[in-house]
Design a protein around this ligand. Structure first.
Ligand code: ATP
Ligand code: MG
Length: 402
């Protein structure tokens, strides 16, 4: 079937009142980015809908990629036919033949933008419905809850027909909700937390702490590869790599072993917050899930979180590990996260970390050393990279969200 265009429905975005314009232009921008390597297609976005004009491009690849773009509720490939009853009847039948099964139900919804068209919407619904009933494809009419709602739009230049509704990724266009810093480890959880934040429109900048020589170049590469997968959602992603060795060694030497984890997390959060301030972010995202490990009890979160009043978002808080793993598989980060290379936390993990650390005690142990210069030095020596998806062909092989 030769489709003319793809009709895109915004869904939730439509309810955003005054911000609507900004949301739509962000989505248009994001779609434009996603299809930059498709020559010929054109994007039109208006108040209620957007259209991708295919101009001869095969719709399959376009549909595949559209499924990964946040801010789209659903979309439908649209057939363009000439403005006469016979052509419209044939078009509707052809589409239903392809997309329906016998004994399912349908309904015709005609919209007549061109009032000069000789048949009004009621007449058209009957002319088209009758044609389908007589055609022998076995469909019945149900005007209340049809399996297939056939949309027929009669415009000045032509008639547009669509029957199939393909679910979009939902969410909000990436970039429409402001910026936050994602604390990205090499683990399974934090990339998923980043992905889910992007789903709600957040522009994400990643911060990773590494501790050479305790952690290897490969552990860093793993994080870069994870960032690359996330970049396929947003077009690009900034990654800040913070040298953390000295601070970790100092913590090891300074605080009792069972609270080193708490202290480590506190310094990570503190440094991330300073990078956030420079980057003009508004929040910090972690991959924490309540009760998953010792550092993720409420007591631990309380002791760790007290270093900042910046909102710390935890999109995975209520999720079980299996749910998180399933999302990781879906988005293509699971295999990368599962590579064996250690991160800085596993190496320094105490054998018996406190599950109920006391904030005041940890503060007291830390107070023996002035960490200010160490923090300053770590931030000074932070390397920042901008990661973009590889060329699309390579992406498809490795890990692409499209
Ligand atoms: P993940 O699978 O995301 O590594 P986890 O289950 O291993 O999470 P923790 O090791 O307790 O849990 O880490 C909790 C959160 O702290 C991580 O989800 C991540 O947001 C952050 N974090 C941990 N290690 C690092 C690191 N080296 N660099 C940046 N952030 C980190
Ligand atoms: Mg981890």
């Amino acid at each position: 079937m030769k489709y003319d265009r793809i009709l895109i429905r915004y869904g939730e975005l439509s309810t955003k009142g005054r911000n609507r314009k900004a949301f739509i232009s962000q989505l248009k921008h994001n779609i434009g980015w996603a299809f930059q390597d498709f020559e010929g297609i054109k994007i039109e976005a208006n108040r209620d809908r957007a259209h991708i004009l295919l101009n001869g491009t095969n719709e399959k690849a376009v549909i595949q990629r559209l499924k990964g773009i946040f801010g789209i509720q659903s979309f439908s490939p649209v057939l363009k036919v000439a403005k006469n009853v016979e052509a419209i009847q044939n078009g509707v039948l052809e589409l239903l033949r392809e997309h329906s099964n016998p004994n399912e139900t349908f309904k015709i919804t005609t919209k007549r933008a061109d009032k000069e068209f000789p048949h009004d919407t009621n007449e058209m619904n009957h002319l088209l419905g009758g044609h389908i009933l007589k055609s022998g494809i076995g469909l019945k009419v149900d005007v209340h809850k049809p399996d297939h709602n056939v949309l027929v739009e009669i415009r000045k230049e032509a008639v547009y027909i669509s029957v199939s509704v393909i679910p979009g990724a939902g969410g909000l266009p990436v970039g429409s909700s402001g910026k936050a810093m994602l604390m990205l480890s090499g683990g399974i959880d934090s990339p998923v937390a980043g992905y889910l934040s992007m789903k709600r429109g957040v522009e994400v900048e990643a911060v990773h702490f590494h501790s050479p020589p305790y952690t290897s170049e490969r552990a860093k590469q793993k994080v870069m590869d994870l960032a690359k997968v996330l970049s396929t959602v947003s077009g690009k992603i900034k990654v800040h790599i913070v040298p953390f060795t000295k601070i970790q060694e100092t913590i090891q030497a300074q605080v009792p072993e069972n609270v080193t984890m708490t202290s480590t997390r506190r310094f990570m959060l503190k440094i991330t917050d300073q990078i956030r301030e420079k980057s003009k972010g508004l929040a910090i995202i972690t991959g924490e899930s309540l009760g998953q490990v010792a550092s993720q009890t409420l007591e631990s979160m309380y002791a760790i979180n007290s270093v900042t009043s910046t909102p710390v978002l935890r999109p995975l808080l209520a999720m079980d590990k299996t749910e998180i793993m399933n999302i990781a598989r879906d988005i293509g980060t699971y295999d990368i996260s599962n590579r064996p290379y250690e991160d800085c936390c596993t190496i320094f993990t105490p054998s018996m970390p406190k599950t109920k650390p006391k904030k005041e005690k940890v503060e007291h142990y830390e107070s023996y050393v002035d960490f200010t210069d160490l923090i300053e030095e770590a931030i000074q020596n932070t390397e920042t990279f901008i990661i973009t998806p590889e060329d699309k062909s390579a992406d498809e092989e490795v890990n692409s969200l499209f």
